[in-house]
Design a protein around this ligand. Structure first.
Ligand SMILES: [Zn+2]
Length: 731
């Protein structure tokens, strides 16, 4: 059973298209079945890959895979968004079928069967290594995987939100750690999904590629992923697994790169974001680099892989196996559906739906569009008025598809997760979001000019909050219903320390029923920062209750309890997080900090040590473990850890200060001095830092410098009689 009961039959018939006869599944036992490696590269548009004709590309690994296997010239996604598109890849259903329709506010319904479940059922070992927050396990993508590795490092770049991305080298490392245990001649076959996120904005490839692709850093990110893919495939090869591994590389969506006024992706349904690569190779896949002209769709991935693995055709899928096309047999194109609800759910504009048949694409929008893709690949010549009859006919087919799915009803028992979905689907069915009833929705083509301002606001929200507030306020003046602008302005207000203004924006969202669980966390954090601890606890408890699998409200609630000096309650909350998400790094960090406060050095050391096992570059954990070592009587180990932390993040004020303090107190004041100076340059001064600097300057004989540091410290806090006395003794 799926979530939308009346749909499957009609929709399946429609989506299967004509001219295909699925191959009968072979009756091989699981030991004879091939391994399956599915690689999805986020945000990779097909025409930036070498084998798709891009001259500047550095994608030798993908190109070689296509050269020894099969490539589909035209492959398309069903949504320009990570979550919905991956849901289609992993379930073989269009978004209307699997119901995961936007990155936020949806989870994959347990009623929808996934590729991992199908492979596990057939005796496969299953593992996934994902690199972006939209695929976090709380969205349900982990179902069916024995191993689901979604550990995203904290990162040390203050311009980036922590825990949203893992770079391709680290993801490959994780996959390579798993592989040996899963391989071997006698072992069961494996199904591994590796997801790379690097080509997603911001485009910041490693130094050598940044230099080489100065003009197009997006291509540098793609080159980096290709290198890491090479490592992954080499490891498979080194184990002798290549001859028995089906490898399929595709993407969830492309990137607009400015086409149609869109910088990234998510709003429009043009081929810049909908067309993706699809290359595959492996046993039973013809060698020699065939290029198939048959349209390949994301919903065809699962049935195709199942076919090669000899699994029965999964029930309820909308797609079809492309094996006949790969074999060179004639296979007529099936129609393809795509949608983006993002404009409606996040921006308050009209949603977009598209229907592609052969060379034609129709886009349903307030001002509809029709393109002849064969003669107008860049989709700049809208033929909807010239070819009115054709546009009308395609719109009717599309409307039929949309109508085949009955509106969700709330009569069934509703768990909080489903409630969240129904609430979100409520926007879809036209409850209007924040727009007054009856007012027509803005065509995304008209709203898109606001997005550069919105994007600037979003990227500056944490680092240059004043710039962000200015941009976002201008956007909201033009379009007060633009929810993302209001959400992001709240984050910028928070970063600027204007907590009451942040609270006002979020309360507005809450009043309109538009507060997402993520918003609730931001609201709770701001209430806490404003000292309104009881209100903070209320909103966070509500968010935790309504979203039992979402751990962030519990972490933020732990922060409230710590501020209330209820350390035991805070620790209990973090323990609860660990039962929901084992090895949750912030929960481990809180538990480490709480243990350190209590002087339980052993427990604190264990927590920080575990964090570093998961993410060796976690600078706060390196620093705190250093503190534990110093306090355990091992200043040598402590300074070593502080130095490691500074190497990774040369401006980390805590690590600099602790190293300075450790050197000064172990009788090395002249070694300590430069670190005090650097700590002073790395962040706002504190009395601890200034007093340490003063004492150290005094120790090396710099009386005037010492006096200056003490005077600055006393300006911050005049109530320091010891420092005042030390200062007077200097003269
Ligand atoms: Zn994506």
């Amino acid at each position: 059973m799926r979530s939308f009961p009346a749909a499957p039959l009609a929709l399946t018939a429609l989506m299967l298209g004509a001219g295909c006869r699925p191959a009968a599944p072979s009756r091989s036992s699981s030991a004879e079945r091939p391994n399956v490696l599915l690689v999805t590269i986020d945000t990779l548009r097909a025409d930036h890959v070498g084998c798709y004709g891009y001259k500047q590309a550095s994608t030798p690994t993908i190109d070689a895979l296509a050269g020894r296997g099969v490539r589909f010239e035209t492959a398309v996604a069903h949504a320009p968004l990570t979550g919905p598109s991956h849901a289609s890849i992993l379930t073989g259903q269009i978004p209307l079928g699997h119901g995961f329709r936007n990155n936020s506010g949806f989870t994959l319904s347990p009623k929808v069967k996934t590729a991992a479940e199908a492979f596990r059922l057939a005796g496969y070992r299953t593992a996934a290594f994902v690199s972006g927050f939209p695929l976090d396990r709380r969205f349900g993508f982990d179902r069916g995987f024995d191993t689901y590795d979604d550990h995203l490092p904290r990162g040390n770049d203050p311009r980036r939100t922590p825990y949203v991305e893992r770079f391709a080298d680290a993801t490959t490392d994780a996959a390579l750690r798993w592989l040996p245990g899963a391989s071997g001649a006698s072992a069961a076959p494996w199904f591994m999904w590796v997801h790379y996120y690097d080509p997603h904005a911001p485009y910041e490839p490693p130094a050598d590629l940044a230099a080489r692709y100065r003009e197009s850093p997006y291509d540098g990110e793609i080159a980096f992923v290709d290198r890491q893919l090479a490592r992954l495939l080499q490891a498979v090869d080194a184990r002798g697994d290549t001859p028995r591994t089906v490898i399929l590389v595709t993407a969830d969506h492309g990137e607009s790169l400015g086409e149609h006024g869109e910088g990234t992706h998510g709003v429009f349904l043009y081929d810049a974001t909908i067309r993706v690569p699809w290359v595959m190779s492996g046993p039973q896949i013809p060698t020699g680099g065939r290029v198939s002209p048959t349209l390949a769709r994301s919903i065809d991935v699962l049935p195709t892989l199942a076919d090669y693995a000899g699994l029965p055709r999964p029930a309820d899928v909308d797609g079809r196996s492309l094996r006949p096309a790969a074999d060179g047999r004639e296979m007529a194109d099936a129609p393809s559906y795509a949608e983006s609800l993002y404009p409606e759910l996040e921006l308050g504009w009209a949603p977009l739906y598209s229907w592609r048949v052969g060379r034609l694409k129709f886009i349903k929008a307030p001002r509809p569009e029709l393109y002849d893709l064969a003669s107008d690949a860049s989709e700049t010549n809208n033929r909807a008025e010239i070819d009115h009859a054709r546009a009308h006919e395609m719109e009717r087919t599309l409307d039929d598809t949309l109508r085949r799915l009955p509106p969700p009803v709330a009569a069934q028992p509703v768990d909080p997760e489903a409630a969240e979905r129904l609430r979100a689907l409520g926007y879809v069915s036209g409850s209007g979001g924040s727009r007054p009833a009856g007012e027509p929705q803005r065509d995304p083509k008209d709203g898109i000019r606001l997005l550069p301002h919105l994007n600037r606001g979003m990227s500056a929200a944490r680092t240059e909050p004043d710039v962000a507030i200015q941009e976002l306020t201008a956007v909201l003046k033009d379009d007060p219903g633009l929810l993302m602008a209001r959400r992001t302005r709240a984050v910028a207000y928070a970063a600027a320390g204007k907590h009451e203004l942040a609270i006002a924006d979020l309360r507005t969202l809450d009043r309109n029923g538009q507060l997402t669980p993520e918003d609730a966390v931001v609201l709770g954090d701001n209430l806490r920062a404003a000292g309104r601890l009881q209100e903070a606890a209320l909103i966070l408890e509500r968010a935790a209750r309504e979203n039992p699998s979402f751990v962030q409200p519990l972490i933020s609630l732990a922060d409230v309890r710590i501020q209330e000096r209820k350390d035991d309650e805070a620790a209990a909350l973090c323990d609860r997080v660990l039962t929901l998400a084992p090895d949750h790094i912030e929960a481990l960090r809180h538990l480490g900090d709480l243990a350190l406060l209590k002087g339980d050095l052993e427990s604190a050391g264990a927590r920080y040590g575990r964090i570093l096992e998961l993410d060796a570059g976690d600078v706060p954990a390196l620093t705190k473990l250093g503190v534990v070592r110093v306090r355990s009587g091992r200043p040598d180990l402590g300074t070593q850890l502080f130095r490691q932390a500074i190497e990774r993040d040369p401006k980390n004020a805590d690590a600099l200060l602790y190293l300075a303090g450790a050197l000064a107190s172990s009788g090395h004041p002249s070694d300590a001095l430069p670190y005090f100076e650097r700590a002073l340059g790395a962040g706002p001064p504190s009395t601890i830092l200034l007093n340490g600097l003063g004492l150290t300057r005094r120790a090396v004989g710099d009386t005037a410098g010492a006096a200056a540091a003490f005077r600055q410290s006393l300006r911050l806090d005049p109530n320091q009689p010891d420092i005042a006395r030390t200062l007077s003794e200097l003269r």
